[in-house]
Design a protein around this ligand. Structure first.
Ligand code: DP6
Length: 331
């Protein structure tokens, strides 16, 4: 049984940062993201029912040729596949070959896309009903919380019920609700120095973290209202204040984690000046130096042209709100 599937990355408007339990990616508060369309992982999964050999994990490089995955990546994939097998009560082995259509280290959540693709592909091969949040729970077994959101399209809250941290993600609005763009300004192509895992672990050591936990549900409710109303004016300051707060927590953790580079600040400044001139654009940054500039569709090209002129911007990627994973070939 073979299926080729693809799943998108996502960009968090409200960040998952800090976990109740890191192994099971159980968050301390809800997060909210926009699923992307263009940045995707494409994965072919071959399922061999009853076969007891270890899962075979390959990465397809830019030349299209599959090669054995580096050991640390292969281990993460095998662990995820093993947990899904156990959850779904299946016996057999996988042959997996995966590729990303975006540069790694580009500030795009490659693990979210990759693990969402594994969950979607396994569910397809095993005929697991993909509704009711099961896909999200399967993706989250990877340990990547953001993967739990990448299984759905549009604007996604995880967990669906913020008072149940073990619950799945749920879309709060579909992709066609609001045509937002994400212009990703790459100011530093090198891999990030600190993993998200390290960030989650250290978050509670910041003296500002407890205050964040008090404020975060209110901010999420306001963001969801702004999305429901398609009010960019309401959404923009919330998205930026949230991104700054994530980095405030990181920078004030013990030991501190610094992700920003000089180019990060330069892009933040440019986006603020765009907005002051009436261009609907807002900046957000994950655990890295690169900046996602969220725009209304009509503003996307003007924002991109302006960012392209900055000496600090090495590369721009253009993306938009997307509709989630899809079957590319197979059952
Ligand atoms: C800053 O634990 O999901 O992107 O496994 O590296 O994808 P990866 O990270 P994960 O943490 C995500 C941290 C974040 C914010 C977010 O996407 O919510």
């Amino acid at each position: 049984m073979i299926a080729t599937v693809s799943a998108p990355a996502n960009i968090a408007f409200l960040k998952y940062w800090g976990a109740r339990d890191l192994h099971s990616a159980t968050p301390l508060h809800a997060s909210l993201s926009m699923t992307l369309e263009t940045a995707r992982a494409t994965t072919t999964l071959e399922w061999r029912e009853g076969d007891a050999s270890p899962d075979d994990v390959q990465i397809i490089g830019g030349d299209g040729v599959p090669a054995p995955a580096p050991p640390s990546f292969a281990l993460r994939v095998r662990t995820h596949l093993g947990r899904m097998r156990e959850r779904c009560g299946r016996h057999g082995s996988f042959r997996v070959a995966t590729s990303n259509n975006f540069p790694t280290g580009a500030g795009i959540a490659s693990s979210a896309a990759g693990f969402a693709a594994l969950a979607f592909g396994a569910a397809r091969l095993w005929d697991v009903p993909a509704d009711g949040g099961e896909l999200s729970l399967m993706a989250r077994l990877s340990g990547s919380g953001s993967a739990a959101r990448s299984v759905a399209g549009g604007f996604v809250r995880w967990p669906a019920d913020p008072s149940d941290p073990r619950g799945p993600a749920i879309p709060v609005a579909p992709a066609d609700h609001w045509d937002l763009r994400d212009v990703i300004a790459i100011v530093d192509g090198s891999p990030k120095e600190h993993s998200s895992l390290e960030g989650h672990r250290l978050a509670p050591t910041s003296p500002h973290f407890s205050r964040r936990l008090q404020l975060i549900d209110g901010r999420r409710a306001e963001m969801e209202r702004a999305i429901a109303d398609r009010s960019f004016e309401a959404l923009a300051p919330l998205v930026e204040e949230e991104a700054i707060e994530l980095h405030l927590i990181a920078m004030s953790s013990r030991p501190p984690l610094f992700y920003w580079k000089p180019g990060t600040l330069r892009v933040l400044e440019a986006v603020r000046s765009m907005r002051a001139r009436g261009l609907p654009a807002a900046a957000t940054i994950d655990a890295g130096a690169n900046v996602h500039v969220i725009c209304e569709a009509a503003a996307g090209e003007e924002a991109a042209a302006e960012l392209e002129r900055l000496a600090e911007v090495a590369m721009l990627l253009r993306d938009r709100v997307g509709s989630g994973p899809r079957l590319e070939a197979g059952p």
